[in-house]
Design a protein around this ligand. Structure first.
Ligand code: GDP
Ligand code: MG
Length: 244
């Protein structure tokens, strides 16, 4: 089986690092070899065993101290420093093998997506690649949020050039997935006001662009949904859904 890179991308606090830990642990329990990569120069504590750590090259804390920068300025500076050493860094990451390489991306997803950091790195690292977009339940509180989530997933695919799966994290914190999350369109009866009209128009445009993907609820705390996520990764690469 060719190595598969899985990039975990999502807003700060959406459960990326915890998912690296739970998904990696689950894969290992099934006998797969997994390497874990931290690409977040701003990470403080890391909850999983790291095989490659970007903080060996640059850390936000050190930049704040040395260059008298605030946290956002230091993060941008860190991204610039990574971009300048991309060749060396991607080679070092590429030397960490296994069946799966799970890559934890910076807390602030815009640093990874909208600068050259993410797209350039993804294009340099060997193996087949996919991305998991981690959606915090608080980002999905009404049906108006569906087109926003779907649009963000498309932006991720557009910027990184790899397929994205949508995972709603922390599913143990809500009793069931709201029915509108499986929505293929926004119910016209609910459309009202500027946001409603916009969401409805966006939903029809996004619906045409997006492959019919469901949002997969997962909990890193209980392990529920981790196997579904794994199967969805399999389906991206092989129509039978079996990675082997
Ligand atoms: N209840 C619950 N909390 C979670 C889960 N996943 C992550 N968290 C918590 O959410 C917070 C942010 O998680 P983290 O993985 O650091 O997010 P990141 O910034 O996206 O890497 C932490 O306090 C985690 O313990 C989950 O599945 N269930
Ligand atoms: Mg993190």
């Amino acid at each position: 089986m060719d190595l598969i890179n899985i990039y975990i991308v999502g807003p700060a606090g959406s459960g990326k690092s915890t998912l690296v830990q739970s998904l990696g642990g689950w894969m290992e329990s099934k006998g797969y070899r997994v390497s874990r990569v931290n690409l977040d120069p701003g990470a403080e504590l890391i909850c999983y065993p790291v095989d490659f750590d970007i903080r060996e090259y640059v850390t936000v804390t050190e930049l704040m101290r040395r260059e008298q920068l605030g946290p956002n300025g230091a993060l941008i500076r860190a991204a610039e420093m990574v971009e300048a050493r991309l060749e060396e860094i991607s080679k070092a990451i590429g030397s960490r093998g296994g069946d799966f390489r799970i890559l934890d991306t910076p807390g602030q997803m815009e640093i990874f997506l909208f600068r050259s950091f993410g797209p350039s790195l993804v294009s340099r690292i060997s193996g087949r690649s996919a991305c998991i977009f981690t959606i915090d339940p608080s980002l999905a509180s009404t049906w108006l949020d569906v087109p926003v989530i779907k649009l963000l997933a498309l932006v991720i695919e557009l910027r990184l050039g790899i397929p994205a799966l949508e995972a709603m994290t922390k599913s143990d914190m809500h009793r069931s997935v709201p029915s509108w999350l499986a929505l293929e369109g926004v119910p016209s009866a609910q459309v009202g006001g500027l946001s409603g009209e916009l969401a409805s128009s966006l939903a029809s445009v996004v619906g045409e662009l997006e492959k019919k993907r469901r949002i997969i609820p997962v909990s890193s705390k209980t392990g529920k949904g981790i196997e579904d996520l794994y199967k969805a990764i399999g389906e991206l690469f092989c129509s039978c859904g079996d990675l082997t």
